[in-house]
Design a protein around this ligand. Structure first.
Ligand code: MN9
Ligand code: PYR
Length: 321
């Protein structure tokens, strides 16, 4: 297959893995979730089994089933479905990569292994290369998230240097860090390539767009996709003060929830509230968001006009209780 394939552009929602109150995966709402992203948020790309999807808390068999369900339900509706296949075990990662290819996913992404860690660029790239080779026809994305993997000694800029020699399917970077020097240099040093540079810190996306981001992957695009798309549109039109207004508006919400304690559990509660689709509780070691959190987040969403009373769907008042 010729590379690059169609370029991943715009917003990519990092999907939540819906669960039942018993802690099983709730496959039954994924079809609805796809429609919600496309119709209500204008988001047509997804990133499955990543941080937000609790991918590393799922069994390999669950990860395969979740990936398959998103690909099936997203068919003819979504532009691209990227599956995160990173794991501590190279074998598991390869199995998931191969599976992603078999089910017709549009790409795979991999984080650095985070228990026994690769300390140098060469070791990390050798690991990534072995995973990528298990799916030789699929675009490969490196998912840089040093705060969560603990692999902080390999800068993304360094990793990308000469990466096509090792990973011919390399097609982009998902950069979840606030180091805009590193991000900018990834863009600057690879201008001749057709790589996708996807930024992963939603509250700072505008700065990353200035630095050359070609798209973004994030948890908030599940429910702030429409607002963020307006920011992208303003940026595209070179109306930077309007774009900044949108970014500040998004920041006000994220800043508010960050102060209350914000993570995947809280994302599940907010998405339940905003979409009306039950996301359920997270899996241990995560703990369900508190009722107080959900009530405060709801009040904030309303005051920012991100949520009107009419948007509230039946039953979602129970979210996070
Ligand atoms: C650590 C983490 O989960 N990062 C997400 C994606 O990379 C982001 O989408 C954040 O949830 C978002 O920027 C809010 O801080
Ligand atoms: C935010 C993101 O990209 C993830 O959940 O993996």
């Amino acid at each position: 297959m010729a590379f690059p394939k169609k370029k991943l552009q715009g917003l990519v929602a990092a999907t939540i893995t819906p669960m039942t109150e018993n802690g099983e995966i709730n496959f039954s709402v994924i079809g609805q979730y796809v429609d919600y992203l496309v119709k209500e948020q204008g988001v047509k790309n997804i990133f499955v089994n990543g941080t937000t999807g609790e991918g590393l808390s799922l069994s390999v068999s669950e990860r395969r089933q979740v990936a398959e369900e998103w690909v099936t339900k997203g068919k003819d509706k979504l532009d691209q479905v990227i599956i995160h296949v990173g794991a501590l075990s190279l074998k598991e990662s390869q199995e998931l990569a191969q599976h992603a290819a078999e089910i017709g996913a549009d790409g795979i992404a991999v984080i650095a292994p985070f228990f026994l860690k690769p300390w140098t660029k060469d070791i990390l790239i050798n690991f990534l290369k072995e995973v990528a080779a298990a799916a030789p026809a699929l675009p490969f994305y490196y998912y840089h998230i040093p705060a969560l993997t603990g692999v902080k000694t390999v800068r993304a800029e360094e990793l990308l240097d000469g990466i096509l020699d090792k990973i011919p399917t390399f097609q982009g970077l998902k950069f979840s860090d606030t180091d805009l020097l590193d991000f900018g240099q990834c863009v600057d040093q690879n201008r001749q390539q057709q790589f996708a540079f996807l930024f992963g810190v939603d509250e700072q996306l505008l700065s990353a767009l200035v630095m050359g981001a070609t798209g973004a992957v994030g948890s908030t695009y599940n429910y702030l996709g429409k607002k963020t798309n307006q920011m992208l549109e303003a940026f595209e039109q070179k109306d930077f003060s309007l774009a900044l207004n949108y970014q500040f508006c998004i920041q006000r919400f994220i800043n508010f929830v960050v102060k209350l304690g914000f993570g995947v559990s809280q994302t599940k509660a907010i998405m339940t509230l905003v979409s009306g689709i039950p996301m359920g509780p997270p899996r241990l070691p995560l703990q369900k968001a508190s009722r107080e959190f959900t009530d405060s987040a709801e009040a904030k969403l309303k005051s920012l006009d991100f949520l009107s009373f009419t948007d509230l769907k039946d039953g979602n008042l129970e979210a996070g209780s």
